[in-house]
Design a protein around this ligand. Structure first.
Ligand SMILES: [Mg+2]
Length: 293
């Protein structure tokens, strides 16, 4: 069997990833009812996660506790439905458990819990898992290991001071085994990031902290593949990948809608959205949306 991490990226790989990401989005939709979920941010990072687990991470259901595995941390924990969907599709997590979303007898909840197979650490309090990732990456360096550490943060999460403290520490220890991916979907909660605390230019900010930084289209699998092929971009320096994404990607009636960040749809709306996901009629949505003022 060919190793996808060393297989050139071509039309067949593109088609496989498109199909995988579509199934991940179907799982996300399945969690957007009966209590709901943070659907916008989950849809924006679905392609990043599908690609990362399929083409980059050296981890499998059989090696989730192997000390030589690559580590992945989801710091923007509210988009965990995308991670659950990916873990199910790649065999880490039983599909039936997604039906337990928000049930008190299971750990399948709005934020990651390391009791769930394939999830390395809890998250939800924003700005924390970069520091956890740094600790793991430093431990690997001290042990002389060659495994890598990947962490996804939200763009709004860059407002947390702990992110930039972590950037200083990561560069101080020359952690070129550390890759931070920013899901740059241009929203935080129901506000555009640039209307609240402007972030641009993000890549220049990371470079000022001594990191390598590159910006890619977070929905373009070939572009993502080229970015990861360059790792480590600069020996002795951590890498930041700013992945430009669309919040709600895949569902036009949700895309770039500030008010559709957290949703709890009716069963009929979910069925309509599934048709929309497959390019059929657009969904008629009437459920109220959660607003933060
Ligand atoms: Mg965001």
């Amino acid at each position: 069997m060919k190793d996808p991490r060393t297989t050139p990226f071509g039309a067949a790989e593109e088609a496989d990833l498109r199909a995988l990401a579509l199934r991940v989005r179907e799982h996300i939709l399945g969690m957007a009812t009966n209590g709901g979920c943070f659907i916008g941010a989950s849809l924006s990072c679905a392609d990043i996660l599908a690609h990362l687990y399929s083409r980059v991470l050296r981890v499998s259901p059989a090696t989730v506790r192997d000390p030589g595995r690559d580590y992945f941390f989801l710091s923007k924990g509210h988009d965990v439905p995308a991670l659950y969907g990916t873990l199910v599709e790649l065999g880490f997590l039983e599909a039936r458990r997604l039906a337990n979303h928000l049930e008190t007898h299971d750990s399948i909840y709005w934020h990651p819990n390391r009791a769930v197979p394939g999830i390395e650490f809890h998250s939800g309090s924003l700005g924390h898992l970069l520091s956890v990732s740094i600790g793991v990456a430093l431990d690997i360096k001290l042990r002389g290991g060659d495994n890598r550490v990947f962490v996804i943060v939200g763009d709004g999460e860059l407002n947390e001071g702990s992110i930039w403290e972590g950037c200083l520490v990561a560069q101080a220890h020359k952690l070129d085994n550390l890759v931070l991916i920013v899901d740059r979907n241009e929203f935080q909660a129901n506000v555009a990031t640039e209307d609240l605390i402007p972030l641009e230019p993000i890549d220049a900010k990371f470079r000022a902290f001594g990191w390598s930084a590159m910006t890619v289209d977070g929905h373009n699998f070939a572009a993502l593949d080229r970015a990861y092929q360059k790792l480590p971009v600069e020996p002795g320096h951590p890498t930041a990948i700013i992945a430009r994404t669309v919040r709600g990607k895949g569902l036009p009636s949700i895309e770039r809608r500030a008010d559709r960040w957290f949703v709890d749809f009716t069963a009929a709306e979910i069925e309509a959205l599934k048709r929309e996901l497959h390019g059929e009629a657009s969904a008629e949505l009437t459920s109220e949306t959660l607003m933060v003022r």
